[in-house]
Design a protein around this ligand. Structure first.
Ligand code: MN
Length: 250
């Protein structure tokens, strides 16, 4: 069956019931990228998503966990041939995680180099307070023809967004991002064919409750408001964008 929606950055394994969260994405026909935060979480996600028509699993090593989990880079390298999808990976320079920033950069470089060597990977990237170094590293260690990056919940400047577009990046956007003035401004700078939707569930909340698995309806509605396209057109264009991403040079 064809997907109806796209949720290309969600943490299904952080919902109370992973199997039910996967089933919900299948029922709603949401083309889903379930990211993980440590290589050790990968197997269980793959196992439970094995029968799913719409859920793919990303192999991740979250920058906020690099401090404790950096030794799992070996497991990351071992598991990488089993998946085309990588995430959540990236950098986080916010005060709480800045002490591990040097180590984060080392691990991020390793990840990009391993991905570049294998080729054809699609990466979902975290770039909190670090949009510039993330783009610098991408440019240096993952040439465009060796893999594709999706900047998840990008909060960098307009000029960095333009630079990311030139580097071939996609952007996955969620309803919380699109409700902020920064997000609104960014959307006007990014070519629509580079946009995908995400929930970043269960972290994104609606009225104080985690957004339901795969529910990108809010993101679609806000994209419609911000671009003047009707919701059906937004939804269809996002599916076209995903198809182009998945079929690009790989
Ligand atoms: Mn996330």
């Amino acid at each position: 069956m064809r997907p109806v929606y796209v949720d290309f950055h969600t943490h299904l394994d952080l919902y109370p019931d992973l199997a039910e969260a996967i089933a919900a994405c299948d029922r709603k026909r949401v083309a889903t990228l379930a990211v993980t935060t440590t290589p050790k979480a990968f197997d269980r996600n793959v196992e439970l998503a094995a029968g799913s028509e719409f859920v793919k699993v990303g192999l991740g090593l979250h920058p906020q966990l690099v401090d404790e989990r950096h030794s799992e880079i070996n497991l990351f390298e071992k598991l990488l041939p089993r998946t085309r999808y990588v995430g959540e990976v990236g950098l986080d320079a916010s005060p709480r995680f800045y002490k591990s920033f040097d180590l984060q950069k080392k691990i991020f470089q390793d990840i990009l180099e391993i991905c570049a060597a294998e080729g054809g990977k699609i990466l979902s990237l975290h770039s909190v307070r670090s949009a510039k170094p993330v783009l610098d590293y991408l440019e240096k260690y993952l040439p465009e023809e060796r893999g594709t990056a999706i900047l998840h919940w990008f909060t960098g400047s307009v000029s960095l967004a333009r630079r990311a577009v030139e580097l071939g990046c996609y952007f996955s956007v969620n309803e919380q991002m699109l409700s902020s003035p920064t997000g609104e401004k960014l959307i006007k700078e990014i070519p629509f064919e580079r946009i995908l939707t995400e929930t970043d569930g269960p972290f994104v909340e609606r009225n104080g409750v985690s957004i339901p698995p795969g529910d990108v309806s809010g993101a679609v509605r806000l994209l419609s408001v911000l671009t003047g396209k009707d919701e059906l057109e937004v939804r269809r264009q996002i599916l076209v964008n995903l198809k182009a991403l998945l079929e690009s040079r790989m």
